[in-house]
Design a protein around this ligand. Sequence first.
Ligand code: ZN
Length: 284
Amino acid sequence: MTESPDNLHDLWVEASEAVARRVAAGERPGVKDLLMPLMLQVASSPCLKGDSAGFWDDGPARLWLPRFVFQRTQVMKHRFKLGIFAGIHGDEPAGILGLMDFVRELDDHPDLGREFLIHLYPLCNPSGYLAGTRESSSGKDLNREFWRNSPEPAVQLMEAEIQRRNFDGIIALHSDDTCGGFYGFARDRLISEQMLAPALAAAGHILPCDPGPVIDGFHSVNSIIHSAYDGILCASPTQRPQPFEVILESPQTAPLDLQRRAFVNALRAILQSYRSFMAYGADL
Ligand SMILES: [Zn+2]
């Protein structure tokens, strides 16, 4: 029997809640179980495709970098190209689940994804995720390995994707167990004002934002930091023009479902404000 789209939608909700319950209980569902909501969505939505950006051997395990692509219609036209990355730290599942929820949101509210081509990488550190560790199985923090000839297969694959896609915007989702609320990072002041501030305001409807003057060791104003460690996931140093870059950080000790909802709100706000920002720019 083939499933109708409605049935698949219900199955998506069931799969999504089942995996979230297991994660909230401290379990680590296998990669296929974890990504089941996205697999079901690929099966039911003409807008979403899924494959792998590459495979590698990790001891006896064969790992892969899951890649999903959302495009609302097949009409040929200019689109803003976004890359959204989650799970770079293996012990931060909220971003992975929040990103899957957001992809559902894109399907349920087609206007949201209008004018975007979105590449989604929900599980960027599969060995760390499976072990429940921040680092990959080799002990490396992948978010310190970018653009420095890293031997890490996942980093090499992500760098290749970033170079090939020439994203207009790169967004990374993280969680922090030391912060006092949701916060964000943007190197660029204009991006902070135009996109990150509305994203944090939207997340703030679900979870309070961190009011502190120092977050993660960096000076912070209005829950935004402008400095970051070297080697974080970002655009290639040679890309011109440089894309906008935003990192969203959820408070890891908050209930998982609230972190998921805060991520969805923040991502929705970034798409909306980027579209207005570009429309405004075109009128100048
Ligand atoms: Zn992180």
